[in-house]
Ligand binder design. Sequence first.
Ligand code: PGA
Length: 269
Amino acid sequence: MLIPTWLSSAPALGEVLLLIKATNTKRKKLVIGNWKMHGDRQFNATLLSDILTRWNSENQVETVICPPYPYFQQVIELIGASPLVMGAQTISEHDSGAFTGEISGQMLSDWQCRYVIVGHNERRRMQHESDADVALKFLAVQRAGLIPVLCIGESLEQRESGNALEVIGAQLGHVINAAGIAAFENAVVAYEPVWAVGTGKTATPEQAQEVHAFIRSRLGSVSPRILYGGSVKAHNAAQLFQMPDIDGALLGGASLVAEEFVAICNAAN
Ligand code: PGA
């Protein structure tokens, strides 16, 4: 009997599994430091010089620093040709116009930013950014040719009432509806449980993995990097990074301490 060529060249199950594994491990780890509203010229200079002195030149992890806007020029000069790249903490959903105090995607791109955080829980809570606002910001980042880092995560109350996945699914769903799943080819998702951010309480690797796997399942065949954020420190990073769907970390406090920051980048390598 003649075997059709498509069938004779079809990979066996074992080969398919190997391919899936190879695709998963192909996702390069990413560590993003969000300085929030911290720093001044002297502090930034010392921190970056300490980070670069301690940097392991063999480290392959992609590393991003998100300083406050007034220090962009200083940070660009200090990171120079090092492997560190710059990101922004937020963006306007508009491209230009009379929006006092706002910064557009084009401006961030002119400033050599590569990544932009959208939907951080501090902005959702304190600046009242809704899921719809976050979706518009996600689109604005991509219009400027930059990479959005979409933060999603549940509150303690939502977790304790058993609604964590529902909340996270809805937050993600707003952006999927606005941008389409394919847009996640050029995006990063950060799972940040609100109860873990800045509190010293970290999700266990298993808790985080469950949510990361859920997020990945919602994105079908598109497989962006999914970072965990929320009290990641040098002492808990390695265990988190061992989980199959955790592709790095979004750091707050630990990004302001050179030793911690570099140790976490080393754990991600
Ligand atoms: P944290 O902050 O590491 O200080 O908990 C994380 C974040 O806000 O992204």
